[in-house]
Design a protein around this ligand. Structure first.
Ligand SMILES: Nc1ncnc2c1ncn2[C@@H]1O[C@H](COP(=O)(O)OP(=O)(O)OP(=O)(O)O)[C@@H](O)[C@H]1O
Length: 710
């Protein structure tokens, strides 16, 4: 199957004919006309010779620091290469270092990991930072409410150049859908907790489709077949092989392949305990094991046999066996049952080191390294900032409108709760008792009703997961995300707060007049948006929905306490609680504003009919201790500025997580290591690679946190 697909003949015609960039207009070897246009737009580089990705790694060692400066070699002296047109499979038992090797090759090592050795892309030390090569992670972080076609289309709009015609983008998306065999489910939604969607295998293929959209020359995949049934795994692997056949370099870690899947591998890299057990043609591995003294028994799947030979956990299993089970092992003809797996691994590693396969690999690595080719930056985005922000806003708006749990459910609950408030405080009036009733009503609305907005946190955490994946692959920046999230949520928040605010205002009969009404609903809108922004800031620090909700609830509980209702403003203890806490609390500003909005100009009955009436201004100053010299509109603008402040905090926290945290972790790890060894360490941080946040570290944190709410 020819996998390099053109958007349309028009697009290819354009690109091919006027490809008069640096390369002199000729067709670049191994690049289709469409890819060439994309690259030329982006890189502004001279295309010299072949631009396919030839990746080599020599004496690659990765050391990690654990705990108090102890170090551990996760990979040791690995040498290998990956060529265009081939599909290289990394195999090995759990913990053998497959993902670490992928991370090292793609420049995504964790901050506490140090690398030595040489990694060259087309003979050059490539700076593989955000999105240079496409990387498909184990987790499918997709937006559940979008269809397959929409998912890929939005991704295309986020990354393809603005200049490219919409029809061309659409055609490119369609061709990618065909390439990944997703035609049958193209218009089916991905699925989430309440929407039945596509299967696990299809989700995997969508994740891969998103990464091949920009036609990368180099593709890394971390366990693309895990969790799939044998048919889906076969289909995914076959697609990867077809992508490779089209001139791409594909490297994937594969867990436990079936024999059909194994047959699709071109090269096999077998790892055990971070060392090479075998690197060579996948088809020759069978013979290699036989020559090393571990022939594959009849009726055993070769890949199972290889993994059986190099998985030292089998020793632990064997030692737990008793009685007849143990006898059965000892009586068998399999050489593996006679010796421990640890011994087998040692034999295989030694055998490989002196084998023809190892010499051939070293020779080939030297040969490839000498050829200097063009290094193309594969991932990233070529769309303008405006286009990214517009596309993200639209995508996010569609997601919010289709996900019942995002805002619709909240709208229903808000209306129900405000009807309850309305009936309890119905026509509150201006009697003596209504003074306190108005106070408690405002306190409840701006305390509890706004508090309910933390219910949107789980949906937001899901959004964050998609953001992290796209961000790490260089699809767009943090600013575009913050802007889009703010804009897309705005209509929903306006709808919720204006509807429920109106119900409450008219049922309770708060201070009559359009401006009083407007102030009340605007204040409610601003307060709910502050809660959303606060929760966003929390999500950037704690991406776990349960912990996030608990922390958010705790913070709001404290804010409520110092709002000036539960304890009057002048009575709040001054250190800490009054200054600064009450001024940080948005509840405080909301109540200050709303009390003025409601009471100024009203005249209340006194306790006894013959006593003089009480003016609202008197109540404000002497009962609620409100600062009447400050305009209620000033109070409102403070709440609006809090929205901006929290969004800025959110932005800064993401930046800190991306840039500062890995640097600090790396620094601490290095210091500890130096203190432990007492000398300058010989293993150096990579100068060939930029240490960028590890996708795997992110994914595993997500998994550990169990953030999914689906
Ligand atoms: N940044 C790190 N800090 C500490 N230990 C690490 C780090 N990265 C990897 N390791 C350790 O290195 C070993 C290899 O991990 P790696 O995830 O690469 O293995 P794997 O073969 O991909 O395993 P699996 O198939 O289970 O995903 C593991 O024991 C892991 O705990």
């Amino acid at each position: 199957m020819a996998m390099e697909i053109e958007a349309s003949s028009k697009a290819s015609g354009n690109s091919n004919n006027n490809g008069g960039g640096g390369g002199g207009g000729g067709v670049v070897p191994a690049l289709s006309p469409l890819s060439e246009t994309l690259w030329r737009e982006k890189t502004d580089t001279e295309f010299i010779g072949d631009v396919s990705a030839r990746l080599t790694w020599k004496d690659l060692t990765v050391m990690v620091t654990i705990g108090n400066g102890e170090t551990q070699n996760v990979l040791e002296g690995l040498t290998g290469y990956a060529e265009p047109g081939t599909f290289t499979a990394l195999m090995g038992p759990s913990g053998s270092g497959k993902s670490t090797l992928l991370d090292a090759l793609s420049g995504r090592l964790a901050a506490n990991a140090f690398l030595s050795g040489t990694i060259l892309l087309n003979g050059r030390k490539a700076k593989l930072s955000f999105g240079t090569a496409a990387y498909v992670t184990q987790d499918d972080n997709l937006i559940g409410t979008l269809t397959v076609r929409e998912t890929i289309l939005y991704s295309a709009r986020l990354r393809l150049p603005d200049k490219m015609a919409r029809s061309d983008k659409r055609a490119l998306v369609d061709s990618t859908i065909v390439a990944m065999g997703l035609q049958d489910c193209a218009d089916t939604v991905i699925g989430n907790w309440h929407l039945r969607g596509i299967s696990g295998g299809e989700k995997r293929r969508v994740s891969i489709a998103l990464e091949i959209l920009m036609r990368p020359r180099l593709l890394f995949l971390d366990e693309p077949t895990s969790g799939l049934d044998s048919a889906s795994a076969f289909f995914v692997t076959q697609t990867l092989r077809a992508l490779a056949r089209d001139g791409r370099t594909v490297i994937a870690s594969i867990h436990q392949p079936s024999s059909e899947v194994f047959e699709l591998f071109d090269r096999l890299y077998l790892l055990s305990g971070g060392k090479t057990v075998y690197f060579g043609q996948a088809s020759e591995a069978y013979e290699f094991f036989a020559q090393a003294g571990f022939p594959c028994p009849a009726l055993r799947n070769p890949s199972d046999h290889f993994l059986r030979c190099i998985n030292s956990d089998f020793d632990k299993v064997k030692s737990t066996l008793k009685g007849s089970m143990k006898l059965r092992f000892e009586g068998s003809d399999d050489p593996l049952d006679k010796i421990t797996t640890t011994e087998a691994i040692r034999t295989l590693i030694d055998y490989y080191r002196t084998s023809q396969h190892s010499y051939a690999a070293i020779q080939k690595v030297d040969e490839i390294s000498k050829v200097k080719g063009t290094v193309l930056d594969a991932g990233g985005s070529q769309a303008s900032f405006l286009m990214q922000s517009y596309t993200l806003t639209k995508r996010s708006f569609i997601n919010m409108s289709r996900d019942f749990g995002y805002y619709w459910l909240r709208l229903v609950i808000y209306i129900l709760v405000t009807i309850c408030i309305g009936t309890i405080y119905l026509n509150v009036g201006t009697g003596y008792n209504s003074i306190l009733a108005r106070g408690s009503c405002a306190s409840f609305v701006f305390g509890f009703v706004t508090f309910m907005s933390i219910g949107g946190f789980p949906s937001f955490v899901e959004d964050m997961k998609v953001f992290q994946r796209e961000r790490l692959n260089g699809h767009y920046g943090v600013t575009a995300f913050v802007i889009s999230n703010t804009l897309s949520a705005m209509p929903f928040l306006i709808l919720i707060t204006f509807l429920s605010g109106t119900i409450c205002y008219f049922m309770v009969r708060l201070h009559p007049g359009f401006w009083h009404y407007l102030f009340f609903v605007l204040c409610l809108y601003a307060s709910v948006t502050v809660v959303e922004s606060l929760m966003m800031a929390i999500a950037s620090i704690v991406p776990n929905f349960l912990m996030g909700i608990i922390i958010g609830a705790g913070i709001q509980g404290i804010f409520m306490l110092v709002s000036g209702y539960f304890r009057l403003p002048h009575d709040i203890p001054k250190p800490v609680w009054r200054y600064p806490m009450s001024y940080i609390s948005f509840h405080f500003w909301a109540l200050q504003g709303q009390y003025q909005n409601d009471l100024v100009g009203l005249i209340f009955d006194n306790q006894l009919p013959d006593l003089p009436k009480i003016p609202g201004e008197y109540v404000l100053e002497n009962v609620f201790q409100i600062d009447v010299n400050r305009s209620k509109w000033t109070d409102l603008s403070v709440i609006f500025s809090m929205i901006i402040i929290y969004r800025i905090i959110f932005f800064i926290m993401i930046k800190i997580n991306e840039d500062v945290t890995p640097w600090v972790r790396g620094y601490i790890a290095r210091r500890r290591m130096q203190q432990k060894s007492g000398t300058q360490n010989t293993t150096i941080a990579p100068d060939v690679l930029t240490q960028s946040p590890s996708l795997r570290a992110y994914v595993s944190t997500q998994r550990r946190n169990g953030t999914s709410n689906s």
